[in-house]
Design a protein around this ligand. Structure first.
Ligand code: NAP
Length: 291
């Protein structure tokens, strides 16, 4: 591509950001659509988030993605926030508007699009949500919005699962979610089969031999396992699900679609299925070269 005086800049703020695969998504989309845009990782040191957001706006950046640890911390520095992001309490995409940035959450619509493509439905499902951190919070809100029948949050720190369950039930206006400790995976109601969504960090590269639950009986209760982790491509959680006869998916398509939705917000372009596939292949290739 030619970088010139008209090139628009987007980027990813977080700490660290060196591992990111997002440049592969956005720079592929820009090149394929012939848009004069470049996307770069921008590491923001601790304590410098406000300066980074204000500085990015002052430097005329078109948009930013936001990753760990800033998805919630960035909210006070926004000019506006989209209602979905406000409800989730986390922002992963900033769009330049008059006087500052508007915050969005494209992780959840991204996950929904990914699950749709993988043939995983949420309506009427009995769901086990593993983890109660930032990603779990967003998934729990999505489950409430998409008509899941019931949700059990299993988390190492049970108090965090309890406060998340309370919050989601309040938002949903029904007793949809209950909290449990990880050990309770052995005493799930008899006869039920579950969709399990894995949102903990366990199993992420380089600690690929780990899974948050090892109990084989637990995995026999799962018809579909969806791991938000995308590196490695097959996590230990996914292998355990498959070995017990279930279907398993990773978080790579979620990563792809949260990026595509952000790109569409920044540029107003529409990314079709053929182009999405191209960006997906580039991202996978990047992962193979630099895990
Ligand atoms: P987070 O807020 O830090 O939450 C981490 C969760 O993992 C908590 O529930 C924590 O339990 C649990 N956990 C961590 N270490 C554990 C251990 N040793 N044993 C048991 N549980 C443990 O992180 P997050 O932002 O939710 O992100 C979680 C994962 O989602 C990451 O792997 C991230 O890559 C993935 N993610 C993927 C995408 C995508 O596009 N595919 C998007 C967002 C996130 P406690 O509450 O007990 O500490």
């Amino acid at each position: 591509m030619t970088i010139n005086g008209y090139t628009r800049v987007c980027g990813l703020i977080g700490n660290p950001v060196e591992h990111t695969k997002s440049p592969a998504i956005h720079n592929t989309l820009a090149a394929e659509l012939g848009e004069n845009l470049v996307y770069v990782p921008l590491r923001v040191p601790e304590g410098k988030l406000k300066e980074a957001v204000e500085g990015a706006w002052a430097l005329n950046l078109l948009g930013l993605n936001v990753t760990v640890p800033y998805k919630s911390q960035v909210i006070p520095f926004l000019k506006e926030i989209d209602p979905l992001a406000e409800k989730i309490g986390a922002v992963n995409t900033l769009l330049r508007v008059e006087g500052g940035f508007k915050g969005y959450n494209t992780d959840m619509p991204g996950l929904l699009r990914a699950m749709g493509e993988d043939g995983v439905k949420l309506a009427g499902e009995k769901v086990l949500l593993l983890g109660a951190g930032g990603a779990a919070r967003a998934v729990a809100m999505l489950l409430a919005g998409q008509g899941a029948e019931s949700v059990i949050i299993l988390n190492r720190t049970v108090e965090k699962a309890e406060s998340l369950a309370e919050e989601v039930n309040r938002t949903a206006g029904r007793r949809l979610v209950r909290a449990a400790a990880l050990e309770d995976c052995r005493s799930l109601p008899e006869g039920e089969k579950y969709l399990a969504i894995q949102t903990t960090n366990l199993g992420m590269f380089p600690r690929t031999e780990e899974a948050v639950i090892e109990d084989r009986d637990f995995y026999a209760r799962i018809h579909t396992g969806y791991d938000l982790i995308f590196n490695p491509e097959k996590t230990r959680f996914m292998s355990l699900v498959e070995e017990s006869g279930g279907r398993a998916f990773n978080g790579m398509k979620m990563l792809l679609y949260q990026g595509i939705i952000a790109y569409e917000l920044w540029t107003g372009s529409e990314v079709d299925g053929v182009l999405a596939k191209k960006a997906y292949q580039t991202m996978r290739g990047e992962m193979a070269v630099r895990p």
